[in-house]
Design a protein around this ligand. Structure first.
Ligand SMILES: Nc1nc2c(c(=O)[nH]1)N[C@@H](CNc1ccc(C(=O)N[C@@H](CCC(=O)N[C@@H](CCC(=O)N[C@@H](CCC(=O)O)C(=O)O)C(=O)O)C(=O)O)cc1)CN2
Ligand SMILES: [Zn+2]
Length: 764
């Protein structure tokens, strides 16, 4: 009979137990032991849950206290020297110093860089390597997890990030070739695999997601060398796992590697099954990733069963494993906890637990169990009726999209004309200062929102509290002398969920948390139907904030691509269609803001880069619709209305033409961690519009001083026109405390004043 398994489980816990335990430890309110106890409790709970749901084999070492790439770096002792003194005192403090920076006991260490895990909203820590880097086995996390599982009665399969993907996801600090470090890295990998074999592990899973990317010959050679070396050593049987896309031109490579099993993603790339079966050497196990590890919809038996039957016919039951397409890290844990959702809406959905249950049913169906067949037929019937459920199709939206004029993407005039008009109407000083939107989300705010939601705080009281917060934010900005103000976004739980709550076509979960980085989670809202705006969403707050000040108040919206990227999206329409619906809804909001007298409107697109397809060949199509959607949102406003956009976590070289084609009047970007390196793409491209390279790293509790910001600004002025330059932080301030924000923004305004003085002196 085919075996049911999965390659990784969410770590944070149904009620975010890990988040609470981490943050409590970081505050110093609890001991390391307490944190480790919570982690152990979660692993046990999750293994038990998965086994009860029908998994035959569970993975181990998929759990992490912060991030699995960081775990791998520490496991192989790839620890930059600056952190070593902290490790020398305490291993766990050292680990968290790499994750979050460390300012204590005379140390002032910045964290490792954080970046997107492929095209997901999960962020990993980028290992820092250097030429001549040495690796050694440090600690025994995978082995300890394996033994812990066995103690509980599970013969688990340890999961490791494979050596080649580990190197490809790392960076070298000296610009040397990271793949050249492979041979040095293989020795401790082999040690570890030997230890696991000695301990009785029969399989190990080596994750090599980079196999779905465009690889060059050196990368391919590295794969061959690495896996030949592992095959020559004593190891458990090796399952090579690819996910997030098709193996494509790397299929021959993957199938030629000396391993014992291959995992492929048949959700993103069902079409690869024939080629995979043709290429799969005899005796290899095929782990078929047939239910979606990236989305929350039940699988469609009419799509999945033919794939499984074909595989079964070709290789038999013993060599066929059933699994989700990728780790379940990217979905919430248990739909059963969503008691507030009505059963009709809940029926077509599946979270991690339900996905394992689905796999069990497929395995039983392959084994010929009649009740499994009946269950799958019922599931298919349910999904078919879903297409006609209320709210799924909105004829008005469909019609509006069908008849949308191409003119909708156009501004009235070209940028140089808009620029002049805006200079006259806004009358801003040179080098205008602004912020990215959010101000600190204090405990008080979050508690009040929770109380409001629970019915313990009435609408009026909640509204008053938010109004008072907006007023505080406005007064503060006036006091320190910022030029373009914001209202601070205190009314928003999250920049995506907040808008989702006000749009038709969306539904929400109570406990649908997904880890974004470390202890930070998001609760992606679910798009199940056509998107339409019921009423204005932000005009009330922006107008109120504008009424408090004579300075321009910047309206604040989340852009269509980011709304899509950070939601769970229906799978019965092309993503670009859903995105166009979103763009139309947001366009109406832009117009309403303009009509209400808001002259500056920011449309955030921090996830535009994240949505870029993993294969270069697929970029142009995506970028074309992504840019079009932004332009639909911003299109049609008066020349005098200044459209801003904001992007963080982005490498711009690949997308600079698309960014320019968005034609926002001003873009703010994250640049301070890279010390303005991210500006290079804009400079090379001679990006003509306004640009605000961030001068304050808001991810760190560290407050930069004025001189540090001036230094960054001088760097920017060396390559940009002074008329282009805006001064702002890297991103929103919601995760920071007021004390830090007050100081940092004060320093920022001081740096702007000084720079204006310098410029005036040059011109005089
Ligand atoms: N969707 C999304 N993706 C993003 C970002 C983003 O802002 N949004 N930013 C980038 C970085 N990623 C981030 C992801 C999450 C957070 C973040 O701060 N998340 C918060 C939760 C935000 C939220 O939904 N808050 C809700 C719920 C808050 C809460 O925990 N309430 C308590 C009750 C309050 C209390 O008593 O303390 C509870 O439910 O138990 C609210 O404010 O209403 C967290 O993990 O702490 C920040 C950055 C990239 N991806
Ligand atoms: Zn941002």
């Amino acid at each position: 009979m085919s075996l049911v398994t999965y390659s990784g489980f969410p770590r944070i816990g149904l009620k975010r137990e890990l988040k609470r335990a981490l943050e409590s430890r970081w505050r110093g309110d609890s001991s390391a032991e307490t944190l480790l106890d919570t982690a152990r409790m979660l692993r046990k709970r999750h293994w038990t849950l998965a086994a009860q749901a029908g998994a035959d084999v569970v993975p181990c070492n998929d759990f992490s206290l912060y991030d699995h790439v960081l775990d791998t770096a520490v496991l192989f002792d790839a620890i930059p020297s600056r952190y070593r003194p902290v490790f020398a005192v305490d291993e766990l403090d050292g680990y968290f110093a790499m994750a979050r920076g460390h300012k204590r006991d005379g140390h002032d260490l910045h964290a490792l860089e954080m970046t997107k895990w492929f095209d997901t909203n999960y962020h990993y820590l980028v290992p820092e390597l250097e030429a001549g880097q040495r690796f050694a086995l440090r600690g025994n996390k995978p082995l300890a997890d394996f033994l812990e599982a066995r103690e509980l009665g599970f013969q688990a399969r340890p999961v490791l990030l494979g050596p080649v993907s580990f190197l490809l996801l790392s960076k070298t600090v000296d610009g040397s070739d990271r793949v050249a470090l492979l041979d040095a890295l293989l020795a401790p990998y082999i040690d570890l695999l030997g230890q696991l074999a000695d301990a009785g592990a029969d399989w190990v899973q080596l994750d090599e997601p980079c196999l779905v990317l465009d690889l060059d010959d050196d990368d391919r050679a590295a794969y061959r060398r690495a896996y030949a070396a592992l095959a020559a050593a004593r190891t458990p049987r090796r399952l090579l796992a690819s996910y997030f896309g098709a193996l494509g031109d790397n299929l021959a490579l993957a199938a030629s590697l000396p391993v014992d099993g291959l995992h492929v993603d048949l959700v993103r790339a069902p079409e690869q099954l024939d080629a995979v079966l043709d290429a799969l050497p005899a005796c290899l196990v095929l782990s078929a990733g047939v239910v979606d590890g990236r989305n929350i919809w039940r699988s469609r038996p009419e799509r999945v069963l033919p794939l499984l039957r074909k595989a079964q016919a070709r290789i038999g039951d013993e060599r066929l494993w059933l699994a989700p397409s990728c780790s379940l890290l990217h979905v919430p844990i248990d739909l059963g906890a969503e008691t507030a959702l009505d059963t009709k809406r809940r029926a077509p959905m599946a979270f991690a637990r339900q996905k394992v249950e689905e796999l069990r049913v497929y395995a039983d169906a392959l084994a010929g169990l009649p009740e499994a067949h009946a269950a799958l037929a019922a599931q298919q019937a349910l999904l078919d009726t879903q297409a006609h459920a209320p709210g799924v199709v909105d004829a008005g939206v469909r019609n509006r999209l069908r008849t949308l004029s191409p003119q909708a993407t156009l501004r009235r005039s070209a940028y140089p004309i808009r620029r002049t008009t805006q200079a006259e109407t806004l009358a801003l000083p040179p080098l205008p200062t602004t912020t990215i939107g959010s101000f600190p989300q204090t405990d008080e705010l979050r508690k009040a929102r929770a109380a409001h939601r629970a019915g313990k705080l009435d609408d009026a009281a909640y509204d008053n509290l938010l109004k008072a917060e907006v007023e505080r934010v406005v007064r503060f900005q006036e006091h320190i002398g910022l030029d373009v103000l914001v209202h601070g976004e205190p009314e928003r739980n999250d920049m995506v969920e907040y808008f989702g709550e006000q749009l038709d076509g969306y539904l929400f979960t109570q406990l649908g948390w997904v880890q974004s980085y470390g202890s930070r989670c998001v609760k992606p809202p679910v798009i199940y139907g056509d998107i339409a705006r019921r009423a204005a969403m932000t005009v009330h707050w922006s107008s109120y904030a504008q009424s408090l000040t004579d300075k321009p108040m910047k309206g604040m919206l989340t852009g269509p691509v980011t709304m899509l990227q950070w939601s769970f999206v229906r799978d019965d329409l092309p993503r670009e269609t859903v995105c166009r619906q979103m763009a139309l809804a947001l366009r109406d909001e832009v117009h309403d803001l303009e009509a209400a007298g808001i002259d500056v409107i920011q449309i955030d697109e921090p996830a535009l880069r994240e949505g870029l397809p993993l294969r270069r060949a697929d970029w142009p199509v995506y970028l074309a619709w992504a840019v079009e959607c932004f332009r639909i949102t911003a299109g049609g406003v008066r020349d005098a209305t200044q459209i801003h956009t904001h992007m963080c976590y982005s490498e711009f070289n690949d997308i600079i033409e698309a960014v320019a084609a968005m034609d926002a009047d001003v873009i703010s970007i994250e640049t301070s961690r890279s010390r303005m390196e991210l500006l290079d793409a804009f400079v090379r491209f001679r990006y003509p519009n306004g640009i605000g390279p961030g001068v304050y790293d808001i991810h760190s509790p560290r407050v930069p001083d004025t001189a540090e910001m001036l230094d960054l600004l001088h760097k920017a002025l060396a390559v940009l026109q002074p008329e282009q330059l805006w001064i702002n932080p890297d991103c929103g301030l919601k995760t920071r405390g007021w004390a830090e924000v007050e100081l940092a923004l004060d320093h920022m305004v001081a740096s702007a004043r000084q720079l204006r003085g310098e410029l005036a002196a040059v011109l005089a």
